[in-house]
Design a protein around this ligand. Structure first.
Ligand code: AMP
Ligand code: MG
Length: 401
C-alpha cells in the first residue's frame, strides 16, 4: 500500500499544466498569474511631497531666511510649478515637488500673514525631509509580481498601479463532483428511514469553491453498473478533473473502480496507508483526465479532497508552492494502527503566540457537527503511536489558497 507521501507524489506526477487565459485585471483575484507584472514607471513616478505645507529652497533657509512670500499653490495632480528665488509654494500631500524646491515645512509649523509664510522660530528645518524621492520604491521595469502568484487584493493594487487592464492567468480545469450511492437523497427531497442525506457532493463543491474553483458541477449516480458507465463516460468526455465519492471500498456494490477501468481510466493507485481515507482510488483517463475516487465517508472524502485534489489543482495552475505550516498539539494523541493519521483539529493561539491544535474526535460515519468545529487537520506520521502535547506537526487548513 502506498504511503501518503508516495500517493501525493503519484498524483502530482500525473498532473499537467492547465492552459492560460486572459481576464480583466479587476476580476483576477484568487487566480494564478501566468505573466510577469513589471513596474510601468519609477515608483513613485516623481519626487512626491508627503505633507501639506510649504515648499522652498534649502539655500534660502541656510542663508537665514525664515519668512517666505507665497508664490502660489500646488495640489496633488497639478502641473509642476517652478519656484522663484526667495519665495515658497503652498504644497499639498501627493503633489510633485516644485522645480527648484528641496525643503518642506508642514502647515502646522507655519503662520501665513498677508501672503507671507513664517516658519515657527523653534522648528528645525531639514533638507529633503517629507519628500518621497522618485524611484525610491522601485525602478521602471522592475518585476513586481511573478508567474505562480495567486492574485490577492494587495496584488490587485500592484496590477492597477502598473496600468494593466488585463492579466494572463491559469485557466481553471473543468471539474465534476460526483456522488455515488443508492442511499443518498439530496436536501429538499423526501427521505425514508433507511436513506442518507447526500452531503459529500455539496461539501466537496464548497471546499473546491473556497479554494477558488467555483464552477464545479455536481451529479449523483446510483450504484448500478450501467448507470455508472453511461454517466461517467459523459463526464469523462466533458471534464478534465473528476472528483467522485463513494463506491471504492470492497463492498459488493462498490463498482466505481471496475467501471472506471472499463472506460479506459488507468488506475494509478488504490488505497493509501492513512486514516481516514484509506480506500482512495486515483487514475488517469484516456485524455489525461485526473480521476479522484474518494471514499464515501464524509470525513474521508473531505480530507482526501484537501490532501490530494487541491494540491493537484494548484500544480495544474502553476501556483508557487507555499512553505509547510506547523502547529503544536494541544494535548497528547495516541494512534494505534501503522497508518498516517489525519486528525481533525480546532486551532487556538497559545500564550507565546504559537498555533495550538486541539484534536477533535469524529465518528467514522461522519460526525458533521464535530467536523464543523474544526479548522483543518494535522498529519501524524505512521510508525509512531504516541504524540505528546507540544509536538510540532504539519497542519492543513480546510480553507487556504
Ligand atoms: P461508501 O464509500 O460508498 O461505502 O460509503 C461509505 C459511507 O459514507 C456510507 O455510510 C455512505 O452512506 C456514506 N456516504 C457515501 N456518500 C455519501 C454522501 N455523498 N453524503 C453522505 N454520506 C455519504
Ligand atoms: Mg456507497
Amino acid at each position: 500500500m502506498l504511503s501518503t507521501t508516495e500517493a501525493i507524489e503519484a498524483v502530482l506526477a500525473a498532473t499537467t499544466a492547465s492552459t492560460t487565459e486572459t481576464v480583466a485585471a479587476d476580476e483576477s483575484t484568487g487566480r494564478v498569474l501566468r505573466q510577469i507584472i513589471r513596474a510601468e514607471r519609477d515608483q513613485p513616478p516623481f519626487d512626491r511631497v508627503t505633507m501639506d505645507g510649504i515648499a522652498f529652497a534649502w539655500a534660502d533657509y541656510e542663508s537665514g531666511q525664515r519668512n517666505f512670500p507665497v508664490q502660489g499653490m500646488q495640489a496633488a495632480g497639478d502641473e509642476v510649478m517652478t519656484l522663484r528665488d526667495g519665495q515658497c509654494i503652498e504644497i499639498m500631500t501627493g503633489a510633485a515637488l516644485p522645480e527648484n524646491a528641496n525643503c518642506i515645512v508642514p502647515v502646522e509649523r507655519i503662520a501665513v500673514v498677508d501672503g507671507i509664510a513664517e516658519i515657527e522660530p523653534e522648528y528645525v528645518v531639514k533638507k529633503d525631509r517629507y519628500i518621497h524621492p522618485r524611484g525610491s520604491d522601485c525602478a521602471k521595469g522592475a518585476h513586481l509580481l511573478t508567474p505562480g502568484k495567486c492574485v490577492s487584493p494587495l496584488d490587485i493594487a500592484v496590477i492597477a498601479s502598473c496600468g494593466e487592464t488585463q492579466v494572463d492567468v491559469a485557466k481553471d480545469p473543468v471539474i465534476r463532483v460526483i456522488s455515488t450511492g443508492n442511499e443518498l437523497v439530496a436536501a429538499g427531497r423526501s427521505i425514508k428511514a433507511h436513506q442518507i442525506r447526500m452531503s459529500n457532493g455539496p461539501a466537496l463543491v464548497s471546499l473546491l469553491a473556497s479554494h477558488g474553483y467555483d464552477h464545479c458541477e455536481h451529479d449523483h449516480i446510483v450504484d448500478d453498473i450501467d448507470a455508472l458507465r453511461e454517466r461517467l463516460a459523459k463526464h469523462l468526455g466533458e471534464a478534465e478533473v473528476l472528483v467522485l465519492s463513494g463506491g471504492v471500498s470492497m463492498g459488493k456494490a462498490d463498482y466505481v473502480p471496475a467501471v472506471l477501468a472499463d472506460l479506459g481510466v488507468e488506475v494509478n493507485f488504490h488505497k493509501i496507508s492513512q486514516r481516514p481515507g484509506k480506500p482512495m482510488w486515483f487514475g488517469v483517463g484516456p485524455d489525461g483526465q485526473l480521476v479522484f475516487a474518494l471514499p464515501g465517508n464524509p470525513v474521508s472524502a473531505l480530507v482526501c479532497c484537501r490532501q490530494y485534489v487541491i494540491p493537484a489543482l494548484r500544480k495544474a495552475a502553476g501556483m508557487t508552492e507555499t512553505a509547510p505550516v506547523f502547529a503544536a498539539l494541544a494535548s497528547n494523541v495516541s494512534f494505534k494502527p501503522a497508518l498516517t493519521c489525519f486528525q481533525p483539529v480546532k486551532l487556538i493561539s497559545g500564550a507565546a503566540g504559537q498555533t495550538l491544535a486541539i484534536p477533535v474526535k469524529t465518528n467514522t460515519s461522519g460526525d458533521f457537527a464535530a467536523l464543523s468545529a474544526t479548522d483543518g487537520y494535522v498529519e501524524l506520521p505512521k510508525d509512531q503511536t504516541n504524540f505528546p502535547a507540544g509536538t510540532a506537526v504539519f497542519l492543513h487548513r480546510w480553507i487556504a489558497r
